[in-house]
Write a protein that binds this ligand. Structure first.
Ligand code: GLN
Ligand code: ZN
Length: 780
């Protein structure tokens, strides 16, 4: 039985990669220094994995920016705007494709989008009819050589061709799939070069965990038959993850590959049918199997992803060993591999670095390094050659069982008062007293806003000074009181600026928040915050999700003093600003010992209490952000309704306790609304603000066609760019919006929060926003 991982975090135990890359961008480090830093991280990653008991280490999972971008470069998928004569295919070109910067003039970078249902973002390869592939395996070969020279058994990791194509976009409107034959030739050449040095190759095909159309699914068999011809002797491992392979299992297991990896954490139900198919295939004569004859499909091995790569809780080793034992019984130990469910990219690196965590909580956790040891433990428990009875195995298993027992019984997790409170929830608590059409009159009377009111999404520039204040508080250089004063001043500045700009509904600017989820995690009971639990979000950007380990409750108000301070400085309405229950859960590491809807509900009650306190303190507009609602949607359609019902129920529970006159806003961004629009309407927020400038309001169409009933603020300013859009540009967007939805149900606002922008550009773009809204108002 072999142990392996599909990938390991590349950021380094102390985010060394972030520093190295950003130094290189700033010119503070040479390319050689950057490459040395990267090599050191790779070596350390392989060493950590081997020391923890991983037999085969991944190579090619590392990337300076993004692994899909690296794959595009290996394949030579480089859009013409990035080509600069015959500039070499090097890291400068790679960074230029990622960021648009670094050449003689800025160019539009590749688009970035979310990696399946994770918070990782990959760069979208661009294809058109003229795309020619030009494979060059050299960068990957260099890393394979590094691993071989250091004595590791490498496994080369690449996105599979079907997933690569699926993730790409045709910029000329044609179909991606017409490029498949040429892409397969390129993959063939790439794989040949790789296999010559590293015969074990992992091809990631996570699209096998999606609801695939027949015409896409049917392309897998011929595609892989062609790859197999290119590398007849390589050991090909096909990996899918993040959801059950389900109806795609017969195809996945008929491919001419040697190992198929299944995510048994997200799709435990895949095991039985998979074993069924494989044992039936073995019993059948190969001649009449009707399956491709190359490869060794009747002898396919299974890699079982039994350690959760997406969460931080230590495994239940006894539970994880059950499917492994079943597979060993059916296939024999040589045809079973043990692994984490998916790449460990989505886990923090090393729990041993967390010296400040409550030791009681810490013993329940496993980060990437510890997960490798868990893979080893589970493999050893199922070993038929004596390791199952070895004293080390017994000791590790005893520790695992003790940790789980302690967790199950711990009073810091199980708070009876939270259970009692949950028992008081009635269906009526999820309904506003009157429908939108009736309560909007009360809100208009109370707020007296113009048609097409202007507002922002919440945050204002997190200036160097604000961040310095937080750092000083953390390191004890200033007192809590001094920090408070500084934040109150930042709020006063934000209010002054907004009044000068003439915005209609103001915000306090969120200076006191390091992060929209961590801020609440720090104050709610049931959460703890790690010191170093970083996970890559995109490029050098990492996030540190809070750890939601127990029953959630709110010891006291979390935002009221800041918002009321802001409101005391102005006669205009100030929006109370909260993060919604679904987003808090999606952007945290959430406990796995109760169903997700239970967690949603506990968070919803905490936010509901905060909403009530804000309302009681005189705040008439309250925004509950849910930018992660779409991201949490399960990949398989069959699981959508259960998730969405729970998510919508949580939002409604959080938001519905207010009077008619209190206006509830929500905000979502960077997501496709098509398959969730009815649920977005069911949130019944009085106003929803959205990101819409990129799609030039096309995104609004779905709100119109689905007769979205309440008010909408489509973004007219792309906050990711320092560019200040002109008044004309914003006016055009607002007029486009007003052709889709009636003007008296529209708001004018930026796409998202402004915390990453500077004051000068913020001031300029909001002045244009206010002017554009005035023109549109005047013109109708
Ligand atoms: N209120 C938050 C802000 O303005 C919303 C951020 C988000 O949507 N991600 O920063
Ligand atoms: Zn947003």
């Amino acid at each position: 039985m072999r142990t392996h991982t599909l990938g390991f975090p590349r950021i380094g135990g102390n985010r060394e990669l972030k520093k190295a890359v950003e130094d290189y961008w700033k010119g503070a480090a040479t390319r050689q220094q950057l490459e040395d830093a990267a090599r050191a991280i790779r070596l350390r990653n392989w060493t950590l994995q081997r020391e923890a008991g991983i037999d085969v280490v991944p190579v090619g999972d590392f990337a300076l920016y993004d692994h899909i971008l690296d794959a595009a470069l290996l394949l030579g998928v480089i859009p013409p705007r990035f080509r600069n004569g015959d500039a070499p295919r090097d890291i400068d070109l790679m960074f230029r494709m990622a960021r648009g910067q670094g050449g003689d003039r800025p160019v539009v970078p590749l688009e970035m989008t979310k990696w399946f249902d994770t918070n990782y973002h990959y760069l979208v390869p661009e294809l058109d009819a003229a795309t020619t592939f030009a494979p060059d395996a050299a960068p990957l070969l260099a890393q394979i050589d590094e691993a071989l020279a250091a004595g590791f058994t490498p496994k080369a990791v690449l996105p599979g061709p079907m997933t690569f194509l699926w993730l790409s976009k045709r910029v000329d409107g044609g179909t991606r799939w017409s490029l498949l034959p040429a892409l397969l030739d390129a993959y063939g050449a790439l794989l040949r070069d790789v296999a010559a040095r590293c015969p074990l190759i992992q091809l990631d095909e996570p699209i096998l965990s999606l609801d695939l159309a027949d015409d896409i699914r049917s392309r897998f068999v011929p595609a892989y038959a062609r790859l197999r011809v290119a590398v007849p002797d390589a050991t090909l491992l096909l990996a899918s993850y993040f959801a059950p392979v389900g109806d795609n299992l017969p195809v996945a297991l008929s491919l001419p590959v040697d190992v198929v990896h299944l995510d048994l954490v997200r799709g435990p139900e895949d095991l039985t049918p998979a074993l069924d198919i494989l044992t039936r295939a073995a019993a059948r004569q190969p001649a009449d199997s009707g399956l491709p004859q190359s490869g060794s499909q009747s002898g396919i091995a299974l890699s079982l992803g039994v350690i959760n790569g997406r969460n931080v809780w230590c495994v239940d080793a006894d539970k994880a060993a059950t499917p492994v034992r079943a597979a060993v019984a059916a296939l024999g130990p040589d045809r079973v591999w043990v692994a984490p469910s998916c790449s460990l990219l989505h886990s923090p690196v090393d729990l041993d670095a967390e010296t400040g965590l409550d030791p009681e909580v810490a013993q329940w956790l496993a980060f990437a390094r510890q997960k490798c040891a868990e893979v080893r433990l589970v493999a050893d428990m199922c070993d038929l050659n004596g390791r199952a009875d070895a004293p080390e195995t017994a000791a590790a298993l005893a520790r695992n069982r003790a940790a789980l027992a302690a967790r199950a019984a711990s009073p810091v997790i199980h708070d009876p008062a939270v259970a009692v409170r949950a028992g008081t929830v009635t269906p009526e608590m999820g309904w506003r007293a009157t429908p939108y059409t009736a309560r909007i009159a009360a809100q208009r009377a109370a707020l007296r806003l113009p048609v097409l009111p202007t507002t922002t999404i919440g945050s204002f520039p997190q200036t160097a000074d604000i961040r310095a204040q937080r750092r000083k508080l953390r390191t004890g250089q200033i007192t809590e009181a001094q920090y408070d004063t500084a934040m109150r001043e930042a709020i006063a500045t934000a209010i002054r600026e907004q009044e000068a700009l003439g915005l209609d509904v103001l915000v306090h600017g969120e200076p006191e928040r390091n992060d929209m989820v961590e801020y609440f995690g720090e104050q709610l009971r049931g959460f703890c915050i790690t010191a170093n639990g970083w996970v890559q979000s995109y490029g050098t950007r990492c996030v540190k999700p809070p750890l939601l380990y127990g029953d959630v409750s709110r010891p006291g108000p979390m935002t009221v003093r800041w918002i009321t301070h802001a409101q005391s400085l102005t006669d205009k309405p100030v929006k109370g600003m909260l993060t919604g229950p679904v987003t808090i859960a999606c952007w945290s590491f959430v406990r796995d010992d109760v169903p997700r809807p239970v967690v949603f509900r506990q968070l919803a009650l905490a936010i509901r209490d905060e909403v009530a306190d804000l309302e009681a303190a005189g705040i008439g507009v309250i925004q509950i952000d849910e930018p992660a609602l779409r991201e949490g949607l399960p990949l398989r359609r069959a699981a959508h309704a259960a998730y969405l019902d729970a998510a919508v129920g949580a939002f409604r529970l959080a938001s519905s306790g207010v009077r008619d006159a209190t206006q509830i806003h929500t905000h979502m961004c960077y997501c496709d609304f098509h398959d969730i629009i009815d649920y977005v309407a069911a949130l019944d927020a009085d106003v929803i603000s959205l990101e819409a400038s990129r799609s030039r309001m096309e995104l609004l169409e779905v709100f119109a066609t689905h007769a979205y009933p309440n008010e909408v603020g489509p973004g007219v300013h792309d906050i990711h760019s320092p560019r200040v859009p002109s008044i004309d540009e914003m006016e055009t967007l607002l007029r486009a919006a007003s052709r889709v939805l009636p003007l008296d149900r529209l708001w004018a606002n930026p796409d998202c929060g402004l915390k990453t922008r500077d004051w000068p550009e913020t001031r300029a773009s909001l002045a244009h926003l206010v002017a554009a809204a005035a023109r549109v108002r005047g013109g109708v």
